[in-house]
Design a protein around this ligand. Structure first.
Ligand code: FAD
Length: 504
C-alpha cells in the first residue's frame, strides 16, 4: 500500500491501489504524528522505525526518488566503528548500527560481503600510531583488531606497492549495497503505512497553536505546517533528516546553530578484472583530515579507489574534477601500482554533509515539536538504523507516545545486486519459471529483462534511468550503456515492458 506522490505529481508510478490512492488524496488534509524530511538512508530508517509504532508518519523528499542524495554516492562500507572518536554519539550509533544493519541485511537480502579490512602504515609515524588505533578500537567496543608485520601485510594483499611497514587488521569491516539499503528501508516504511511524498521540497514551516482551530490543530495540540510547492503537510512533530539541506531547514525553524559544508569525495571505479587485486578493504591510517584514500572491493565485483576530501560551496556539485582524478591516480600509484594498469569503468562523487561540530547533531526543540538530525557526515549508512532507534528514544523523552505495533508486515525481500550471490541470469530454476530472467539486456552487468520489469512492478518503481541503475545495475558496467543503452531506454519508456502505451 504505497503512496508515492499526489496524483498531480509528474512521477509516474506503478500500480496504485484504490486504498493507496485515497490515502494519497488525503495527505494534505491529514495531521500526521511525525513528518520526516529527507528520504535518504537516515530519513528512510527513521520513517521505518517510527511507523513500526502506532504513529502516522509522512516522509517527504525534494527529489523524485528515495536515496538520491548523499546516500547514493559513498564508499558503501559497513563500518565496525573501530576508528570513531570514543565517547561520542557517533561512535555509539555506528557500533550499534553495524549490528542492526547486519541483521536487517540478512532479513531483507541487502547484499553484504564480509571482506574485512587491512589498515596499512606507510611511514614510521603511521606505524607508531597502530597500537593507539587498536586501543581506540577497544574503547569503541571493537576488540578484534590485530597488528601485523609488513610480511603479513604483503601476504594478505600481495598487490600493494612497496614500502608498507606494517598494518592493523579489522576483520569485521564489510562492504554493502548502499542503494539497496535505502530502498529496503523506504519500501519497508511504506509497507508499514508511511506516506511517501516525493518531489516535495519543504520551503517553509509554520507552527500553529493548539486549539486555534487552524490547520486541524486540536485543543492542546500544536502542529507544524510544512509548505511544499505541491501542497501543505501538517504534523505534530517534524524530524529534519535533510542531509546537505539540514542547516537551511533548521533555519526555517528559526535556528542558526550550524552550517553544512559540502565536502566532496570523488571515487574511481575499476573494471571487474581488477577484483583479484583487492579482496579486502585497504585503509590508510586515519588522520585529523579524515579517513583518507582507500582501495575497496565493491559489492558489484569492481574495485574502488577514493574518496578525495574537498570542501566546496555548491551543495549540488557532484561532478568529478580533473584535479580529483589526478590526485587519486597519484595516490593509487603508490598504494597499488598494478591497479592503475586496469581500466577505470566509472568515476563519481558524493558530498558529505560536513559540519563544524565533532559529533552527530541530534537535538530536539520540544516547544517546536521539532528534532534536528544533522551532521551525519561520513558514517550515516552504517549508523542509519541506530540513528532511527535513537531518534525514537529522543522523541519518546520529549513526550511522543509510541506503542509497538503487533501487526507489522514482513520486511521486504530485496532483489540481489551483489556479485557474490546468485543473480537471476545464472539461476536456472528461476529462468525455467520465467524466461524473462534468461534474457540479458545489460551484458556488462548481466542484468535481465525480468529484473528491469520487476523494478517497475516494485512498490517503489524508478523515476528514470538513474533510479533503474540503482535498482538493477543496468548500464553501470564497463561500456556504461554504449551497447545496451537503446534497449534500456526502450524499457524505461515502457516501464520495463509493463506499460506499452507509455512509449507512444
Ligand atoms: C564520499 C563519501 C563516502 C562515504 N562513505 C561511507 C561509508 O563507507 N559508510 C558509511 O556508513 N557512510 C559513508 N558515507 C556517509 C553516508 O553516505 C551519509 O552519512 C549518508 O548517506 C547520509 O544520509 P542522509 O539520509 O542523512 O542524507 P541524504 O542521503 O543526502 O538524504 C537527505 C535527503 O534530504 C532531501 N532534502 C534536503 N533538503 C530538503 C528539503 N528542504 N525538503 C525536502 N527534502 C530535502 C534531499 O533531497 C536528500 O534526498 C560517505 C559519504 C560520502 C560523501
Amino acid at each position: 500500500m504505497t503512496e508515492h506522490s499526489p496524483p498531480t505529481g509528474p512521477v509516474a508510478r506503478g500500480e496504485v491501489t484504490e486504498q493507496a490512492d485515497e490515502r494519497t488524496q488525503s495527505a494534505y488534509d491529514k495531521v500526521y504524528d511525525v513528518a520526516v524530511i529527507g528520504a535518504g538512508v537516515v530519513g528512510s530508517a527513521i520513517a521505518r522505525d517510527l511507523s513500526g509504532h502506532d504513529l502516522s508518519v509522512v516522509l517527504l523528499d525534494a527529489r523524485d526518488d528515495v536515496g538520491d542524495g548523499t546516500s547514493k554516492a559513498n564508499t558503501a562500507i559497513l563500518h565496525t566503528g573501530f576508528d570513531a572518536k570514543p565517547g561520542t554519539l557517533e561512535s555509539r550509533l555506528v557500533r550499534r548500527g553495524y549490528e542492526l544493519l547486519s541483521a536487517y541485511a540478512d532479513e531483507t537480502g541487502i547484499p553484504v560481503e564480509r571482506t574485512g579490512a587491512l589498515l596499512v602504515a606507510w611511514t614510521q609515524e603511521e606505524l607508531d600510531a597502530l597500537p593507539g588505533l587498536r586501543d581506540k578500537a577497544v574503547a569503541n567496543g571493537y576488540e578484534h583488531c590485530e597488528p601485523v608485520t609488513a610480511d603479513e601485510v604483503y601476504r594478505q594483499v600481495p598487490a600493494l606497492g612497496p614500502g608498507a611497514l606494517g598494518g592493523l587488521t579489522v576483520p569485521d569491516e564489510s562492504i554493502i549495497c548502499t542503494w539497496t539499503t535505502t530502498l529496503a528501508l523506504a519500501t519497508d516504511a511504506t509497507a508499514r503505512g508511511t506516506t511517501l511524498l516525493l518531489g516535495h521540497r519543504v520551503a517553509g514551516a509554520r507552527r500553529v497553536a493548539g486549539g486555534s482551530g487552524e490547520e486541524g490543530a486540536g485543543p492542546g495540540e500544536d502542529v507544524t505546517v510544512l509548505a511544499t510547492p505541491r501542497g501543505r503537510v501538517t504534523a505534530r512533530w517534524v524530524v529534519n533528516a535533510a542531509g546537505l539541506g539540514a542547516d537551511v531547514l533548521d533555519g526555517l525553524f528559526g535556528h542558526e546553530r550550524f552550517t553544512v559544508t559540502p565536502r566532496r569525495g570523488e571515487l574511481l571505479v575499476y573494471d571487474k578484472l581488477a577484483r583479484p587485486l583487492a579482496d579486502r578493504i585497504v585503509l590508510p591510517v586515519p588522520s585529523s583530515r579524515g579517513k583518507g584514500v582507500l582501495i575497496s572491493p565493491t559489492i558489484y565485483g569492481n574495485v574502488m579507489l577514493g574518496p578525495t576530501a574537498e570542501d566546496l560551496t555548491d551543495r549540488g556539485d557532484t561532478g568529478t574534477s580533473e584535479s580529483g582524478f589526478a590526485f587519486l591516480l597519484d595516490k593509487g600509484a603508490r598504494l597499488m601500482p598494478t591497479l592503475l594498469e586496469e581500466e577505470v569503468t566509472a568515476s563519481y562523487a558524493g558530498l558529505r554533509a560536513a559540519v563544524d561540530h565533532g559529533d552527530y547533531l541530534i537535538e530536539p526543540s520540544v516547544d517546536q515539536g521539532y528534532l534536528l538530525v544533522g551532521g551525519i557526515r561520513s558514517t550515516g549508512l552504517t549508523a542509519s538504523l541506530a540513528i532511527a532507534e535513537h531518534v525514537r528514544g529522543v522523541l519518546a523523552e520529549a513526550g511522543l507516545k509510541a506503542a509497538v505495533r503487533l501487526d507489522l508486515p514482513e520486511p521486504p525481500r530485496m532483489p540481489n545486486l551483489g556479485e557474490a550471490f546468485l543473480r537471476p541470469y545464472e539461476d536456472g530454476a528461476l529462468i525455467a519459471q520465467d524466461s524473462a530472467y534468461g534474457r540479458v539486456v545489460c551484458f556488462c552487468e548481466r542484468v535481465t529483462e525480468g529484473e528491469i520489469r520487476d523494478a517497475y512492478l516494485s512498490p517503489l518503481p524508478p523515476a528514470g534511468l538513474d533510479g533503474l541503475r540503482r535498482r538493477t545495475r543496468a548500464t553501470n558496467g564497463r561500456c556504461q550503456g554504449f551497447y545496451c543503452g537503446a534497449r534500456v531506454d526502450a524499457l524505461v519508456a515502457t516501464k520495463g515492458g509493463t506499460c506499452q502505451e507509455a512509449a507512444e
